[in-house]
Design a protein around this ligand. Structure first.
Ligand SMILES: Cc1cc2nc3c(=O)[nH]c(=O)nc-3n(C[C@H](O)[C@H](O)[C@H](O)COP(=O)(O)O)c2cc1C
Length: 333
């Protein structure tokens, strides 16, 4: 892990994957204070909100942390400036390939010397190579076991396809479905510089997720964390992995209803697609903050079955590291 930790400036190369509404000042500072690397989820925040969140996080930790920005955000470049004004050391860009000029803006030298380090998501080997050529400093490869928005390929296959080709060029962090340290040891063995976990941190004592959200995690098993399904090729659905609930069933019904309206010519294609796209608007907040785990989106990865109780983030990181260390020692013996 030394390479990943040196890149992040943390004690251990475990990134707390940014989770909208969950990864705010409390969880992020707790992860960084425990030796990991917390990442603020900017999500749809305004520049003013991000500014306040970074300042509040700095007040809770003097350890390094990062900020996750979504490429589709209309104010992406202004958000990059907010990060620069706070001398944020690492930016994680999620939600697709970095738009033109964003890599340069993030890495542009600042008063304090260098610019921020840029971590990007690489969904396939060809894109990873392209991202490396365009100057990203590190990559996250995230499999479909993960919670939240997902791609189609599993973590184990992505790791096998990509690590041998790129792990010697830049640090690569593996994400998706990691619940225990033995799995971390396995990916390190394959050449990863570190890992990124989301689901395992939701029930950290310091996480502000609603008690209902945490209870749902503690009760759930791996098979309850399902990917949303697209019913009609005319109505695209970006797959999201979340716990099964009423909202998921109603989403299926909604797709059927809108497809029916399309068939009958009662609605234009554009309007139909927007209805599907907007269905989940505000749904994660409803579950994480309001605690409505039936009609909100309870995003969770398959590792949710390994979340057994609420416990301090430091204990979660300590267990992961102990499991990883004993796995590596057993192999060396
Ligand atoms: C509730 C929740 C919300 C998430 N929100 C985001 C997000 O806003 N941006 C992002 O890049 N990833 C998001 N993710 C993905 C995590 O950052 C992380 O990559 C993922 O959880 C790792 O897989 P795991 O859940 O199997 O540990 C989210 C995941 C969860 C569970």
């Amino acid at each position: 892990m030394a390479r990943g930790a040196a890149f992040l400036g943390s004690e251990v190369a475990i990134l707390g994957g940014a989770m909208s509404w969950v990864s705010e000042r409390n969880l992020v500072s707790a992860i960084s204070n425990a030796g990991g690397f917390g990442v603020i989820a900017c999500g749809a925040m305004t520049t003013a909100l991000l500014d306040a969140e970074i300042a509040a996080t700095k007040a809770l930790t003097d350890k390094p942390f990062g900020v996750n920005l979504i490429t589709m955000h209309p104010d992406l470049f202004a958000l990059i400036e907010v990060c620069a004004s706070h001398k944020v050391t690492h930016i994680v860009l999620a939600g697709g390939l970095p738009p033109k000029g964003s890599i340069e803006a993030i890495k542009a030298p600042r008063e304090d010397g260098g610019g921020a380090k840029l971590i990007a998501f690489a969904p396939a080997l060809s894109l990873a190579k392209k991202l490396i050529r365009s100057g990203v400093d590190a990559l996250v490869i995230e499999g479909m076991e993960a919670g939240g928005h997902i791609g189609p390929v599993s973590t184990s296959v992505l790791a096998q396809e990509m690590l041998p080709e790129i792990a010697d060029q830049i640090p690569v962090f593996v994400a998706g479905g990691i619940g225990r340290g033995e799995a971390i040891a396995g990916y390190l063995d394959q050449g990863a510089a570190g890992v990124q976990l989301g689901t395992r941190f939701v029930c950290g004592t310091e996480s502000i997720a609603h008690p209902n959200f945490k209870k749902a995690f503690i009760r759930a098993s791996a098979r309850d964390a399902v990917a949303s399904v697209q019913l009609d090729s005319r109505l695209p659905v970006i797959p999201v992995r979340a716990l099964k609930n009423a909202a998921g069933e109603l989403f299926t019904a909604k797709q059927r209803e809108v497809a029916g309206h399309l068939d009958a010519g009662r609605v234009e294609m554009m309007e139909a697609q927007l209805q599907i796209e907007h269905y989940w608007a505000g749904a994660l907040r409803r579950a994480v903050i309001d605690g409505d785990i039936e009609h909100g989106s309870v995003m969770a990865g398959q590792s949710v079955g390994m979340v057994k109780k609420e416990e301090p983030v430091a204990d979660i990181i300590a267990s992961l590291m102990a499991e990883a260390a004993s796995a590596l020692e057993a192999r060396a013996a």
